[in-house]
Design a binder for this molecule. Structure first.
Ligand SMILES: Cc1ncc(COP(=O)(O)O)c(C=O)c1O
Length: 383
């Protein structure tokens, strides 16, 4: 069947049976490494990677093997029991985050919710401080600390009193954090906002302010974590130890999984938190396989980012590892369409910012091909 036919078939079902919350106009049917294919067999270099999810590339053999083997043994049997791989995966998360204990979720938003709940229950304080253009998820809890008015306001009132302050502005943080602030929640690089990279001193300043007021510091590494920026966590580029770290996206190569991890002394007691599916055996098997692949490729991520940076230098890209943003403006969708036509998937984040978050396994040859197409598209549409 041709892609146009497949797309038409999927669209017809979607139109009739699926709530129209997403904007999409093509179907992808297969992926391998940094390449995906549409129904016509046309291939694309995937610089979206499921929005920073497919860290080991599509269908990495080690991840596929781990998922299949575990699926043959035990898919699910509840957190009423110890289950295969969960403890091992928690140990890995603790090691890569430098935290003391972990807890699993099924998504980034749920990881945010868990972190916010933990901050509330252990501090006994009510309020939160978050940032303009920040994104932490779409559940009713994580949405309360997500800035984007169009996403948040239709659902107000939301349960968490949150003050939003300008990202990067430590004076504003200082003014907003008071003795009833449970936590400041911050992305070390704002992803949905379009790859906005603050000074390292921003995170360090937040740490100091939190310490002074007795508030916790939650760092949302859902998009930036698991090697995306060339280190396990983006916050590791700065000298800062948060109280709680959240993860998801790149953690299990696309198998739904999230996690949060907290420092010594911060943990849920019996019955304070839970989840039917979270930390299930298949997710943890996928996570462990993902981490062992990432351990091999992590040392090369920064160099690959530099290769993109060099190739796209005339557009002044913001680059940290393989998290890349380019300010394009209102013509960003045209650039995206031109790249698509020429076999490269890219994505427009907020405010006309082109975002590139390819698989961390992307090869130099694929980077060069992608750069050529993106350069051509930017040149044609913007320059
Ligand atoms: C920084 C950050 N936090 C949380 C989330 C929410 O993750 P999920 O879509 O898995 O719920 C996202 C998703 O884009 C994100 O970028």
């Amino acid at each position: 069947m041709k892609n146009t036919d497949i797309t038409a078939q999927y669209r017809a079902l979607d139109d009739q049976y699926y709530m129209p919350a997403f904007s999409r106009n093509m179907a992808i049917v297969r992926g391998k490494g940094s390449t995906v294919w549409d129904g016509d067999g046309k291939e694309y270099i995937d610089c979206v990677a499921g929005i920073a999810v497919c860290s080991t590339g599509h269908c990495h053999p080690a991840v596929v093997k781990a998922i299949c083997e575990q699926a043959h043994e035990l898919i699910h049997c509840s957190n009423l029991y110890y289950v295969p791989h969960q403890g091992e995966m928690a140990k890995k998360i603790v090691e890569v985050t430098g935290m003391k204990k972990a807890f699993f979720s099924n998504s980034g938003a749920e990881a945010s919710d868990g972190a916010l709940k933990l901050a509330r229950v252990r501090t006994g304080k009510k309020k939160f401080v978050a940032f303009t253009h920040g994104f932490h998820g779409r559940t009713i809890g994580s949405l309360a600390v997500t800035h984007k008015p169009a996403a948040r306001e239709p659902f107000e009132p939301l349960g968490l009193p949150t003050t939003f302050v300008e990202y990067g502005n430590l004076d504003a943080v200082k003014k907003a954090v008071d003795n009833d602030t449970a936590a400041v929640i911050v992305e070390p690089i704002q992803g949905e906002a379009g790859v906005i990279i603050p000074q390292d001193s921003f995170l360090e300043g937040i740490r100091e302010i939190c310490d002074r007021k007795g508030a916790l510091m939650i760092v949302d590494e859902v998009q930036t974590g698991m090697g995306r920026t060339g280190k396990w966590l983006a916050l590791q580029h700065a000298k800062v130890q948060p109280d709680i770290v959240t993860l998801a996206k790149g953690i299990a190569s696309g198998f739904p999984m999230g996690a949060f991890a907290a420092r010594d002394g911060l943990e849920f007691g019996k019955g304070e938190h839970g989840s039917t599916f979270a930390g299930g055996p298949v997710a943890c098997a996928a996570g462990l396989a993902t981490i062992s692949v990432l351990e091999q490729i992590l040392p090369d991520v920064a160099r690959k980012g530099e290769r993109f940076k060099k190739g796209l230098a005339k557009y002044h890209p913001r680059v940290r590892g393989l998290m890349i943003g380019i300010t394009v403006g209102e013509k960003c969708p045209e650039v995206q369409a031109e790249c698509l036509k020429n076999g490269v998937l890219v994505n427009c984040a907020a405010d006309g910012n082109l975002r590139l978050v390819p698989p961390l396994v992307i090869s130099d040859a694929e980077i060069d091909r992608a750069v050529k197409v993106i350069d051509g598209a930017l040149g044609k549409v913007v320059l």
